[in-house]
Design a protein around this ligand. Sequence first.
Ligand code: FES
Length: 160
Amino acid sequence: MPDETLHLPLIQGVLHAHKDTPGALLPVLHAIQDGIGHIPDIAIGEIAHALNLTQAEVLGVISFYHDFRRVAPARHILRLCLAESCQSRGAKALAAQVREHLDLDDHGSSADGQISLRPVYCLGACACSPALELDGQVHARVTPQRLHELVEGCLEKESC
Ligand code: FES
């Protein structure tokens, strides 16, 4: 288990910079996640104490916004579009395929930490639906076979 106390200097620096700012919680959470990659357990109490909030309030905000992560991110991020155009061209079936293939939920990560699934609502590639973004690269007109190849590529290689 990683030593979370290693993150304390960054967390305390962020809190020192923001603690007197009204509405500081969201900027603090973003800064900590940007700096560490996620919001570790040790940050919750530190944030609550510095901003005069309860830990439940801090956790409530973190869980409300899907972009905040409580654990380190997977190596690969698969953002699958589930907006109208992509849905009309099979995106829900593609999402079900990924969930079954990797045994995860929406917003979940595979057990080996290789891939996280992030449903999104439009990638700007509606004319080429269904679309997804894998590690920042958009793939359009994705078929079940192509999705399988992309996922397998992530599982087999160090990077895809
Ligand atoms: S609806 Fe999927 S890319 Fe726009």
